[in-house]
Design a protein around this ligand. Structure first.
Ligand code: SF4
Length: 403
């Protein structure tokens, strides 16, 4: 038997707990239900729960989701554009990166990126998400020109682009402070930034993943710089490799601290490690975990909801990493958003994920409704584009054959 929640509308923490749930876990969940902040120790205790206690954590997160954002599940119609897969940073969890001479190496011109953005706009996208490897021929001008080309072609599309690693790279090449570079990109049309490249914000773990090339401090510095010049970002975690629950708990706490200071995060996106074909896993299969278990996926979304409530109230479940059906189940365990339709996505597929091409908007709607929530198409800033309160026939036209 799991946790039952009453009187949520009055914000009264009146949970009735199963006697199988320990007083310690009961106390943490009661505090979460009343909106109190949990600390890293609390989160670690919740990550360690099993059975009825673990189910109580998920139920509690579902109740807090309802309290914070209502019975609504959201998605955004967007296209991912990975403009190059050439990168020499050597992150060990990555199998997306290629060398310049590889036959699979790709490097789109800014006009080709603009072509894809235009095609996305014609298909109903409100956003393009543009990221790429750190190609040796790219400099700050490429990033600038890319924004200009897309805006010139599709003035009203929202440009969600460039990870903190890419901003770090552009700044390094142009010898600019991140605030200066980001303010310039914003002025050219950058709408927001993905908070990717966070991986795990812990120095020792990052050394094993990325040789600490973009340090925790640099990631935080660039994120805060973006927020300071009015460029909102998402926030992420990549978990299920050489990390432990203490790293997840500290990571969530750090994101909450940043949000308390800047208010610039729009959402939190847990990204499970996809181990296939990554050097990190292949070189050390005995020491590296093959991604999170399903149980850990559920707990990550739920505990993020409890830790971040009141600070980051949009918790996204990535169908690219978990598959659309599992992602939809996260909507009743703390998450409230299924992310983007993507149209095409190559990073996770390069690492062996079997999901990651496209989910059509009507399937997003159906998956959200199957979770018992009202489906809403949102824009990047979580403003309503269209509501789908009742199940209905598909309203989107799918154009096949987009590469
Ligand atoms: S994760 Fe990004 S920065 Fe690291 S090697 Fe892959 S493409 Fe390059």
């Amino acid at each position: 038997m799991s946790l039952r929640i009453q009187d949520l509308e009055t914000n009264t923490p009146s949970a009735i707990f199963d006697p199988a749930i320990s007083p310690a876990i009961n106390a943490i969940l009661q505090r979460a239900l009343s909106g109190e902040e949990l600390d890293s120790e609390d989160a670690c205790a919740l990550f360690a729960t099993q059975g009825a206690e673990a189910q109580a954590v998920l139920d509690c997160a579902d109740a807090v989701r309802k309290k914070r954002v209502g019975d609504v599940g959201t998605f955004v119609v967007t296209r991912n554009i990975n403009f190059t897969n050439v990168c020499y940073m050597g992150c060990r969890f990555c199998n997306f990166a290629k060398e310049k001479g590889d036959k699979e190496a790709e490097f789109l011109t800014v006009e080709q990126v603009a072509d894809r953005a235009e095609e996305a706009w014609q298909r109903g996208a409100t956003e393009v998400c543009i990221q790429g490897g750190l190609h040796p021929d790219i400099d700050a001008d490429y990033y600038r020109e890319l924004i200009v080309a897309v805006k010139k072609r599709v003035p009203d599309i929202h440009i969600h682009a460039f990870s903190p690693f890419e901003i770090w790279y552009g700044c390094k090449k142009a010898r600019l402070e991140p605030e200066v570079f980001l303010a310039e990109l914003k002025q050219l049309g950058l709408g927001s930034m993905p908070g990717t490249a966070a991986e795990i914000l812990d120095t020792e773990i990052r050394k094993k993943l990325t040789k600490n090339k973009l340090t925790t401090e640099e990631w935080v510095r660039i994120i805060k710089a973006a927020h300071s010049v009015g460029v909102p970002t998402t926030s992420t975690i990549m978990y299920g490799h050489v990390d432990q629950p203490i790293h997840w708990a500290n990571h969530l706490k750090l994101l909450r601290d940043i949000q308390r200071e800047t208010g610039g995060f729009t959402e939190f996106v847990p990204l499970g490690f996809i181990h296939y074909e990554t050097p990190l896993y292949l070189d050390n299969p005995d020491q590296v975990r093959p991604g999170p278990t399903q149980d850990e996926h559920f707990k990550m979304h739920a505990i993020a909801r409890l830790m971040l409530q009141g600070y980051i109230d949009n918790i996204q479940a990535s169908w690219v990493k978990m598959g659309p059906e599992v992602a939809a189940k996260m909507l009743r365990s703390g998450a409230n958003d299924l992310g983007g339709t993507l149209m095409n996505e190559s990073i996770s597929r390069a690492a062996g994920a079997t999901h990651g091409q496209e989910v059509f908007p009507e399937d997003m709607v159906a998956n959200i409704q199957a979770a018992g929530l009202n489906a809403v198409q949102r824009n990047t800033r979580y403003e309503v584009v269209e509501s789908f309160s009742q199940p209905q026939a598909p309203r989107f036209i799918a154009i096949q054959g987009v590469a």
